[in-house]
Design a protein around this ligand. Structure first.
Ligand SMILES: [Zn+2]
Length: 407
């Protein structure tokens, strides 16, 4: 009997020592209920107008077009609705148009309970995009609808609020990066609708005790410009030069480029398939995306006795902003001050930093409360020129690497 008891105790002790670490819950001063809510799915179809010989379609990942009607000859109304209410007003749209004959048409973009936000981008192939010429665009005084004029033909024309960057694009990018020996690509889990949650685990040599930098993107589906900055940021970290090579030897970077693949592919304005703003779910991880990614970061740091020292979460808003924490972090003292000054000197950016106290359950606050790490929400303007985003993202990486290497 005694022997059996001893064995039981040993087994129990072994099992508890093997228990996988998970992210801690935290009561933020401004809690948010992130229990799953219902969403509306848009009907996927081609809207055909035989008399005009014009066709609209939302049959691709990342599309958003909720209804389409002919108002008068040559004028079509497109309804753009969100996945649910209440919601942040980011009226994202994306659809394809073609016509049996060459003609010019007008499209009225009608936003449900929202105002116009994104200047239209157009593409002939869904890959290469340009801004719609200003002369073909106007919007109503109350901004609830916008008019665009387009030349259509048998060749498909893509029209979207931002360049299309859906889960297929992201997967291709991840696979391309994973050709480099310091990049280890894996899927750490699945979204609510079963899409992969990709991780680029970037480092050279042993991961034991390496301090960790975390990068996040696309919690909010339409925030493509933030993603473009993260892409440039990662490219700079992966360069074959003294600085980047030394950085990957000293640090481990965990980059989660697509936190909300369901929302991105469903063409959502803000939420995941659980109808929730993921960047409010860092307290109790009620949504599978946050639960798995938060646990993955915690597990990777604990099992290798590493500190998470910095978390950068890439987003988009009306203009470029750095949201930072007022409370001090444990590891990188005054990082924001030196980093932002460095960026300012390198590219003459007029730095717009907005420090705040820990309030709601957003990632910036989570990095601080969970790890004592510096947490920064890196916001890019919706219409910030794309070539500048590239320079800015690369510069942000260079300045960070220099600070962390030579600190
Ligand atoms: Zn955002």
């Amino acid at each position: 009997m005694n022997n059996q008891l001893t064995v039981l105790i040993i087994v129990a002790a072994f099992l508890s020592s093997c228990k996988t670490p998970v992210a801690k819950s935290y009561d933020f001063p401004k809690p948010v209920d992130t229990s799953t809510r219902e969403i509306d799915y848009q009907e996927k179809k081609t809207y055909s107008f035989p008399s005009s010989q014009v066709y609209f379609s939302n049959q691709f990942d990342g599309a958003r077009l909720n209804d389409c009607t002919l108002l008068e000859e040559g004028l079509f109304k497109v309804l753009i609705s969100p996945e649910n209410f209440p919601i942040n007003l980011s009226p994202y749209y994306a659809f394809k148009i073609w016509s049996d004959k060459d003609q010019r048409i007008r499209v009225k973009l009608h936003y449900e309970k929202a105002k116009h936000r994104y200047h239209p981008k157009i593409s002939k192939d869904g890959e290469n995009w340009s801004l719609l010429n200003q002369e073909y665009f106007s919007y109503s005084q109350d901004s609830t609808h916008a008019f665009i004029e387009l030349g259509v033909s048998a060749d498909t024309l893509w029209v979207a609020a931002q360049e299309l960057q859906n889960s297929t694009h992201l997967k291709q990018w991840c696979q391309e990066k994973a050709k480099q020996s310091d990049v280890h690509l894996s899927s750490i889990g699945k979204s609510k609708l079963g899409k992969e949650l990709w991780l680029l685990d970037i480092h050279n040599g042993s991961i034991k005790n390496k301090d960790i930098v975390v990068l996040l993107s696309r919690q909010h589906p339409p925030e493509v410009t933030g993603w473009l900055a993260m892409r440039a940021f990662v490219d700079e970290i992966l360069r074959d030069n003294d600085l980047a090579n030394a950085f990957r030897a000293k640090y481990r970077i965990l980059a989660y480029p697509l936190m909300n693949p369901d929302g991105v592919d469903l063409g959502h304005w803000r939420h995941n398939a659980g109808g929730i703003d993921l960047n409010r779910d860092w307290a109790y991880y009620r949504q599978p995306e946050n639960r798995q990614i938060a646990d993955d970061i915690v597990q990777k740091s604990k099992t290798n006795k590493s500190h998470v020292i910095l978390g950068l979460d890439f987003h988009s808003t009306y203009k470029d902003v750095y949201y930072t924490n007022k409370e001090p972090s444990k590891h990188l003292k005054d990082f924001e001050k030196f980093w932002l000054t460095g960026i300012h000197h390198a590219i003459d950016e007029e730095i717009n930093e907005r420090p705040s106290n820990v309030g709601g359950p957003v990632s910036k606050n989570w990095f601080l409360t969970q790890f004592g790490a510096n947490g920064i929400t890196y916001e890019i303007g919706d219409e910030t020129p794309r070539d500048y985003i590239e320079i800015k993202g690369r510069t942000a990486a260079i300045e960070m690497m220099e600070l962390l290497i030579y600190k």
